[in-house]
Design a protein around this ligand. Structure first.
Ligand code: PHE
Length: 342
């Protein structure tokens, strides 16, 4: 009996098999237990001898079972350690991460800079009514400026004779929306997308502007100049910037000025504040009384300046990118080359 069970224990390949052996030998209906039950019918002398023998056998089988069980557990652990082995000294596998598009990055930067100067952000829709985009800005229906804007028109249903909505041609309609919503005094910027039918190295049919507007009791061109210079110093991270104010005309400002920034281009390396080149970056001026009135603000009590800056333009200058169209190609190699995507 001993030989039979010791061998069975040794042959058990896993814990389940081992348990079967235990039940067969030591379980309630096991062979050893059955022998134990016969002790009661023996006479005392024989019972003593047989009982002692059976107890020894029971212990031996029990010890063998435990030893085998521990051995199986060790083997299982060894196998797991082998298969789940991990070399924590291996270098990590780098993953490509997404990144913020240069235009979005520039929008975040300029929003932060203007916020420091007390400007909050205002918004308006990209599909705009012609009243906000033109009329309220002192551009009546037959005004030649409407042609200059190369406007995209939205279609109206047949028989609907109201003037069509447009894709906003500039961020200036947000001036009107912000005035009507907030009144005066007010200091806001409005960054966003604008649309014109135009396409070459420096023009894309969709581009970005940031509108700026400050209305108070005694706002002047001097305030406008300071705000723009302060902005450029912070944005281009230079001590010295040079802005050139050129007299110009916009229906919604009087007087009006277009503003250029001085830069140099040495072998494709652009630098702000030096050199003999000028890039036009914005249109600006003192808000026209009719525009203030359209925004519900009394032009006899309040004055304001406004400007509209080309975001893509200043992004090109800051990051030395010669072709505007590349901004909108979504080419990851290009983004990586300019350091925008890791
Ligand atoms: N809206 C003008 C443009 O898109 C820029 C501008 C804004 C000019 C505000 C004056 C004041 O060209």
């Amino acid at each position: 009996l001993r030989g039979k069970y010791i061998e069975a224990v040794a042959k058990a390949a896993d814990e389940a098999a081992l348990e079967e052996v235990r039940l067969a030998a030591l379980g309630k209906k096991g062979e050893i237990s059955a022998l134990m039950a016969t002790l009661g019918k023996m006479d005392p002398e024989a019972r003593k001898a047989a009982g002692a023998q059976l107890n020894v056998l029971k212990d031996e089988i029990d010890v063998a079972l435990r030893a085998r069980k521990a051995g199986l557990a060790d083997a299982a652990l060894d196998a797991r350690l082998k298969s789940e082995w991990l070399d924590v000294t291996l270098p990590g596998r780098p993953r490509r991460m997404g990144s913020i598009h240069p235009v979005s990055q520039v929008m975040d930067e300029l929003t932060a800079i203007f916020a420091d100067m007390g400007f909050s952000v205002a918004e308006g829709p990209q599909v705009e009514s012609d009243w906000y985009n033109f009329d309220a800005l002192n551009i009546p229906p037959e005004h030649p400026a409407r042609q200059e804007h190369d406007t995209f028109f939205m279609h109206r249903a047949k028989g609907d004779n109201r003037p069509p909505h447009v894709l906003r041609t500039h961020t200036s309609p947000v001036q009107i929306r912000a005035m009507l919503a907030q009144g005066a005094p007010i200091r806001v910027i409005a960054p966003g997308r604008v649309y014109r039918m135009d396409m070459d190295q420096t023009h894309t049919p969709m581009f970005h502007q940031v509108e700026g507007m400050a209305i108070d009791r005694d706002i002047s061109m001097a305030n406008l100049k300071w705000v723009l210079e302060e902005f450029c110093r912070a944005f281009f991270e230079v001590d010295k910037v040079e802005l050139r104010f050129r007299a110009s005309h916009f229906p919604f400002t009087e007087p009006s000025a277009e503003v250029d920034i001085r830069y140099s281009n040495v072998g494709g390396q652009l630098k702000i504040g030096e050199g003999d080149k000028w890039m036009e970056i914005l249109g600006s001026g003192m808000m026209h009384p009719k525009v203030l009135a359209a925004g519900g603000i009394d032009p006899d009590k309040w004055q304001g300046f406004a400007f509209g800056m080309g975001i893509d333009r200043i992004a090109m200058l800051k990051y030395g990118i010669p072709d505007l169209r590349a901004f909108f190609d979504a080419d990851l190699r290009w983004l990586r080359h300019y350091g925008f995507s890791p």
